[in-house]
Design a protein around this ligand. Structure first.
Ligand SMILES: Cc1cc2nc3c(=O)[nH]c(=O)nc-3n(C[C@H](O)[C@H](O)[C@H](O)COP(=O)(O)OP(=O)(O)OC[C@H]3O[C@@H](n4cnc5c(N)ncnc54)[C@H](O)[C@@H]3O)c2cc1C
Length: 648
């Protein structure tokens, strides 16, 4: 059985898929560990030896981190930022002076030219302390103007904007709209070229743009006129550099969230904003690809930030589990709490391993990291949410109490409540977990799609299918039997010592995953794209196998550097054991599950057939007239340019 969406939505769904496909990076210029793993080829050489930061680069990072740490401790009060919804002006100026806004800008344009590893070390530290400050900095340079300019800007654009950004001009990235979240095909913002071709006129509304209300320079995605190829319309999305002083640009509303109270995030209106053609980034129609490629490295900040948060959580959970006594012993001595501590610490080791592995891969430029970055984002953001929640649980009632309230009654002001609120957004921004799983699944299937894609597409003529089947048949005749061979028996990987058995398991599971992908393709064919839960299980298996490999490689690196300390081995081993159980469970559920019946049940619920379940609640009408409150207004007291250093 295949799960097709209702017919009426088919056209829109098709358009959305076509746009997403057209914006994919199609080439694999460098190897990818995960792309290989999903094809049944476990290639440890793509991860081992674990990338090591050079001592010069480490020294640069160490010096910077020392300054950042003292600045944070002396000048930044994260609870005050949370309470007042403001990062004070002097804090932002201080961060600009320290260089925090130019970490990723190349030195030739006035930046610090940090490696991804050093940038992420700084972001991990800041995130462990103040989520709002970290997101402010990250929106500016992980996805804001410096990154796409560096990757796709012309030399003129780089010379014009990067020095300004290095001096403190703040930037943002505006893709989302009220109707455009995960699906950019629905974009309404337009950029219309003028008849003389010298300018574009931008009209539209962008939503939830982080830093938008205080930005000097914003990368805006907008629709440019469609192209017609073979009589078919091809939608074009393009990226533009927009400056806040351009007439017609207006901040409509400052948004307020569950957490990250100090960020400046808003609804931005573009009313006939005239942008010179020189401000088009890359080429017309390349905007979505630019956004996706920017996010491939931009996404690496989130794993670092999440690792930083979980480090802070572990510290608070460890101290409290030793200090708090209930039922005659420290709560950490009760098995239920001890298990949480063990899982938190071993998963944190995996999170860190993935973070530094992917950051190191990005620095070498020798790997295609689109899959690894997405996997790192998925794994670390979900783990961070889980473990901030577990920290609240370990703290008991105090976990639910604000730091201000704890401080006021003379208790240790652990900010767990704030951290939980701040952590929640990470599985939503920069690609929701659900979209990350679909993105990873698409890339994981790419090897098969290249070989057998035409067989799976419904509208391909039978003649083409037959040619494709013949070619694919030859390949699969050699490939498929290999996926069953018992190649991973002792003494393979024996040089990995205690990790040998885990390495054998990863290798075996890689082939088992590949043959299951193949079975799923054969069974569901074109309908596979709608089997989201099946695909999610495959992706989650890949995530655990990736995290296991990264953890083993990292533990071996640490052991080589310091043979007396065997604690990394214990952490990696514990993580591998937990992951092995999860992977085995997911394999069992691949084709033996309740997906179909749950889907049918959800359809009934969504049609309203079980509305009686909602009986007995207050019948509230949640629709609202637009009311502008003092809270929602953009901050007039602090004009948008307030934190920009004098430029030019
Ligand atoms: C604090 C904050 C900061 C942000 N900063 C920025 C920014 O700086 N710039 C910017 O452009 N945007 C920004 N965003 C927007 C953010 O990127 C979007 O919220 C995100 O892309 C998801 O879009 P959405 O909220 O409209 O959810 P939707 O796309 O409407 O999704 C709703 C739910 O449906 C699921 N879903 C959607 N499509 C599918 C599918 N095909 N299959 C399965 N499940 C699906 C999603 O996973 C999600 O669970 C920010 C948002 C917030 C809250």
């Amino acid at each position: 059985m295949t799960f097709r969406p209702p017919k009426s939505s088919d056209k829109k769904a098709k358009e959305a898929m076509e746009l997403a496909e057209a914006s994919r990076e199609t080439d694999w210029q460098h190897p990818s560990f995960l792309a290989e793993l999903f094809m049944g080829r476990f290639q440890p050489n793509l991860i081992f030896p674990f990338p090591e930061q050079s001592s010069e680069d480490r020294e640069v990072g160490d010096k910077f981190l020392e300054k950042v740490e003292s600045f944070l401790k002396e000048r930044v009060d994260p609870d005050e930022i949370d309470r007042t919804r403001e990062i004070p002006d002097d804090v932002l100026r201080g961060l600009i002076e320290l260089g925090c806004f130019r970490m990723k800008i190349p030195a030739e344009y006035g930046g610090l030219g940090f490696s991804q590893v050093n940038y992420n070390r700084a972001m991990a530290m800041i995130s462990s302390y103040c989520g709002s400050t970290a997101v402010f900095l990250s929106a500016h340079q992980s996805i804001g103007a410096p990154q796409p300019l560096k990757m796709f800007g012309s030399e003129e654009q780089k010379k014009k904007y990067l020095p300004r950004l290095a001096e403190g001009a703040i930037s943002a990235f505006a893709l989302t709209e009220p109707g455009v979240g995960s699906d950019p095909a629905k974009m309404l913002t337009t950029a219309t070229p003028s008849p003389d071709g010298k300018t574009y006129v931008i009209n539209g509304l962008k939503q939830w743009c982080t830093n938008g209300p205080v930005s000097d320079i914003i990368i805006v995605m907008a629709k440019t006129p469609s192209k017609w190829v073979d009589g078919k319309e091809k939608k074009q999305i393009s990226a533009f550099i927009v400056e806040k002083d351009m007439p017609g640009f207006e901040v409509r509303h400052r948004c307020d969230f569950m957490g990250l109270k100090g960020i400046q995030n808003g609804l931005l209106n573009f009313n006939n904003v005239v942008v010179p053609k020189e401000n088009l980034l890359w080429e017309e129609g390349k905007g979505l690809k630019l956004a996706l490629v920017t996010l491939n490295t931009g996404r690496l900040t989130l794993p670092a930030a999440c690792s930083g948060m979980v480090k802070a959580c572990l510290r608070m959970a460890r101290e409290w589990s030793n200090e708090r006594e209930q039922w005659g012993r420290a709560i950490g001595k009760h098995e239920a709490v001890a298990s949480k501590i063990a899982r938190m610490s071993s998963t944190l080791f995996a999170m860190e391993s993935i973070t530094w592995l992917t950051s190191g891969m990005a620095d070498t430029g020798q790997h295609d990291i689109r899959l690894e970055a997405a996997m790192a984002k998925l794994f670390c953001t979900e783990a961070a949410w889980h473990f901030t929640d577990e920290t609240v649980q370990i703290r008991g009632g105090r976990g639910y109490e604000t730091a201000d309230s704890l401080r006021a009654r003379g208790e240790k002001a652990y900010p767990v409540e704030r951290m939980l609120r701040d952590a929640r957004i990470n599985t939503i921004i920069e690609g929701t977990s659900e979209i990350m799983r679909l993105f990873i699944a698409r890339e994981a299937l790419d090897g098969h799609m290249r070989l057998a894609g035409d067989i799976l597409k419904p509208k391909i003529p039978w003649g083409r299918k037959a040619v494709c089947a013949a070619k694919a048949g030859i390949y699969y005749a050699g490939w498929y039997p290999k996926q069953w061979l018992p190649l991973d028996v002792f003494p393979k990987f024996v040089h990995h010592g205690q990790f040998g058995k885990h390495m054998r398991f990863i290798s075996q599971s890689s082939r088992k995953t590949a043959r299951n992908i193949f079975h799923a393709m054969m069974r569901y064919q074109a309908g596979l794209e709608h089997k989201q839960i099946l695909l999610a299980r495959i992706v989650d298996i890949g995530a655990d196998l990736f995290a296991m490999t990264a953890s083993i490689a990292n533990a071996e690196r640490m052991l080589a550097a310091n043979p007396d300390d065997r604690s990394p081995l214990a952490l990696a081993d514990a993580f591998c054991r937990q992951a092995t159980r999860r992977v085995n469970h997911k394999f069992r559920a691949l084709f033996n599950n309740d997906d179909a019946s749950e889907y049918r049940l959800a359809r009934e619920v969504l049609k309203g057939e079980m509305e009686w379940l909602e009986d007995g609640i207050v019948d509230v009408d949640y629709s609202t007239e637009h009311v502008e409150t003092e809270e929602s207004k953009p901050d007039e007291a602090v004009p948008p340019s307030r934190v920009a250093m004098p430029v030019g």
